[in-house]
Every structure is written in C-alpha cells, then in structure tokens.
Design a protein. Structure first.
Length: 139
C-alpha cells in the first residue's frame, strides 16, 4: 500500500502542498510557541483575542465545575443546558431579535443554517475562494 500513493505524495511535497499537524506548546494567542520558538500567530481565527482571556478562563472553569465538560449528546436528544439558553437569550436581546441560536463552530453554523434557508430548487452562488463549510452546506 505504501507505494500506491508514493508518487502523489512526492508531487505534493515537491510543490510544498503536503499538510501535516504542527504542535504548539501552550495557549493560543497573538504569539505561540512552536518547535521551541516564539512566533507571531498570523493563522488564528481568534480575532477578538478571547481564546486566552482570563475572564473567560475563569467562567469556563466555573461552568465545568457546575455542568461538567460535555453535554453528553445533542441538545435535541439530551436537552439544552441552562448556560446555552442564557447565552442565546442574551445574544437575542443584544441584537434586538426574537431569538438566537448558537453553534459550536462556524462549520456547524453553515451546515445548520444554510440548508434551512436554501431548498433543492434554489441556486446558491459561491465564490471559488469561499470556505469549505459553505460549499458543504450548499451541496
């Protein structure tokens, strides 16, 4: 099996297109430690700098102490925990809307909302550089 993909892998490496995980040591932030070096993190999605905010860390610890580390199943199966409802109510009030719905990631938001808005008879026009979640959601 190793030889089956050897040529394809070699071609990817030659074009610097082979991808692999890079381990960072420590928390996310504007700078991260990678391979023993401090580097500026230009690839983060932490636009607001909240990934390592001390107030959010304390709130997360308090939530873990009260509710544990996982929901156990989807909200529709095992129920919605009160912190999720409080967050959605606060967001709806802040935005002046009837309701809000939170997703665990942008990918989940795309997969959960686009199919609810677009039917099989609609045409979705997507830019070739749009995020893969939008393509998956509109497919």
């Amino acid at each position: 099996m190793q030889g089956l993909f050897a040529e394809q892998l070699k071609a990817l490496r030659a074009r610097s297109l082979n991808r692999h995980l890079r381990e960072i040591s420590g928390a996310q932030g504007a700078e991260v430690e990678f391979a023993g070096r401090r580097l500026i993190n230009f690839s983060s999605n932490d636009y607001l700098g909240l990934a390592n905010d001390s107030r959010l860390r304390k709130a997360a610890i308090a939530a873990i102490n009260e509710f544990g580390v996982g929901a156990g199943a989807s909200r529709l199966i095992s129920g919605t925990q009160s912190p999720h409802l409080r967050l959605e109510r606060a967001l709806a009030e802040w935005k002046g809307t009837e309701a809000a719905l939170c997703f665990s990631s942008g990918y989940a938001a795309a997969l959960g909302s686009i199919p609810a808005l677009v039917t099989k008879d609609d045409v979705a026009l997507l830019d070739k550089l749009c995020h893969a979640s939008l393509i998956d959601a509109a497919s």
